[in-house]
Design a protein around this ligand. Structure first.
Ligand SMILES: *[C@@H]1O[C@H](CO)[C@@H](O)[C@H](O)[C@H]1NC(C)=O
Ligand SMILES: *[C@@H]1O[C@H](CO)[C@@H](O)[C@H](O)[C@H]1NC(C)=O
Length: 452
């Protein structure tokens, strides 16, 4: 029992280790049990053996009951522990594993001094996107509330996948006049500041889920310190907690390099879903920005943002860069894993997954030489983007999937990419799906907070 319980709260990697331990234990238990039972049955008269058999059956079913019960509590523990420091290899040092999850070399330029932004790359698709700002009253009868993501119909959703001049839903949709704010409210001064940013590094902590990790200052160039905006979005609860711990923002609203921006009136009850707003919609939050880097708050930035942009985007001629998952490549596996760890309501996952299967999502086939991506499952904690039309469209589409379905964005990534590709054969999203070991080389992973 204890094993089962532990297995539930372990990270996925340790978990698979634990489940193999479980299997071994099960087998050894069986072989321990079998001879004893035989001996006992040999001595006990027949009618008594029936009694024993019955009690065995009863205790077995009690066992199952307890097991289910344990599963129940373990899964509620699991909430808030999601993605929890997935690489906590240190607790269970195994050489092969450690090697497997070691960072790999990322050959950055030596300095930002001679960096030259490429001329606007003509291969990138050009079209202009507008965003739905306000829901019309006719769409909202009295029964429905205005929502941050708006009320996108299925027809609108289908159309939005076409890379042409059009106006699409992309969060920040307000209700008609007289409706309350749909959330993600920011101070005007912060908004003004955010409008000035050309290159952005951003992250968020909602619900005090993580400690604040400052970028490693000595690895950030003076150029970037002056020209890049480092913005950490927090809710009021997190700010209060940081301040109480002696980590209050200074006069300029900074903690180290991070400019702290407080978000009021969070748009979703699910804090993870709320976290996807800054994660996917940096082109909306920073309307003048041309490049952005997202990192989850469990990561510390250990490299210069301009060198990151040069390496992941400019050097490869890409407009969007994200790492692949360290172990899983197929959405089918990801769905199983999500359910196993009880990451989300199972029927909601099924609903989303069934729709995706009926609309073109295929299993990842590593033997297919024309496979469009090195993996169908991303490790989305680190994303580098040029704010081009195609990249912004992809970000909006991915966000809309998360808004409509589950906050588990690893489930919707490949579907969104493949559908966008299918519907726009002549317009390409230049996506650089890099190796997870590269992400590990430029960010340091920490455990989530456990004291909240
Ligand atoms: C799309 O918009 C751009 C500028 O906003 C314009 O130059 C172009 O002609 C438009 N394309 C079409 C097909 O309407
Ligand atoms: C789970 O998801 C289904 C389908 O989306 C929904 O009807 C149900 O209310 C959800 N259950 C919980 C406990 O949230």
């Amino acid at each position: 029992m204890a094993y089962t319980k532990n297995a539930e709260v372990l990270s996925p990697e340790r978990r698979s280790f634990a489940s193999s331990v479980n299997k071994i234990r099960d087998q050894s238990e069986k072989s321990l049990w079998a001879p004893r039972r035989v001996r006992r049955f040999g001595r006990i008269p027949r009618h008594r053996s029936l009694f024993w058999l019955l009690s065995l059956a009863v205790s077995f079913s009690i066992c199952i009951g307890i097991k289910i019960h344990f599963h129940g509590t373990a899964s509620s523990l699991q909430i808030g522990n999601e993605e929890s420091a997935v690489n906590n290899v240190a607790e269970q040092p195994r050489k092969t594993r450690r090697q497997r999850f070691a960072p790999c070399e990322v050959p950055f330029l030596d300095s930002v001094t001679y960096l030259l932004e490429p001329e606007d790359n003509i291969k990138f698709a050009r079209f202009s996107l507008g965003y739905v700002e306000r829901e019309e009253r006719t769409l909202l009868n009295e029964a429905t509330e205005a929502r941050f993501g708006g009320h996108q119909t299925f027809e609108d959703r289908e159309k939005s996948y076409h890379a042409t001049n059009q106006t699409i839903h992309c969060g920040f949709v307000s209700g008609p006049d007289g409706f309350p704010s749909t959330g993600f409210d920011l101070d005007e001064k912060d908004k003004y500041y955010m409008k000035t940013c050309r290159v952005v590094v951003s992250s968020c902590i909602f619900g005090s889920f993580d400690f604040l990790r400052r970028p490693t200052s000595k690895l950030i160039s003076e150029y970037s310190k002056k020209n890049v905006c480092f913005v950490m979005f927090v809710d009021e609860q997190t700010l209060a907690k940081l301040s109480a711990e002696g980590n209050a923002p200074d006069d300029r609203g900074n903690i180290g390099l991070w400019k702290i921006v407080v978000v009021k009136n969070l748009p979703y009850e699910d804090l993870r879903k709320t976290g996807k707003v800054p994660k996917f919609l940096s082109h909306r939050l920073f309307p003048s920005s041309r490049y952005s880097i997202w990192l989850d708050s469990k990561l510390r930035l250990n490299a210069d943002p301009m060198l990151i942009i040069e390496y992941f985007l400019w050097r490869t001629g890409s407009e969007y860069a994200i790492s692949n998952h360290y172990t899983r490549h197929c959405v089918w596996e990801e769905v199983l894993q999500n359910k196993r760890l009880n990451k989300y309501n199972h029927s909601a996952i099924d609903e989303q997954f069934h729709l995706y299967q009926s609309d073109g999502l295929t299993k990842y086939d590593r033997s297919d030489p024309n496979i469009p991506l090195p993996s169908f499952v991303p490790e989305g904690s680190f994303i580098v983007r040029a704010h081009t039309a195609m990249s912004n469209l992809f970000s909006c589409l991915w966000f809309n999937e998360v808004d409509r379905f589950t906050s588990r964005d690893q489930l919707s990534f490949a579907y969104t990419y493949l559908k966008l590709k299918r519907l726009n054969p002549d317009k390409h999203l230049y996506l650089n799906m890099f190796k997870d070991c590269e992400r590990r080389a430029i960010t340091k992973l920490f455990h989530h907070r456990t004291d909240t």
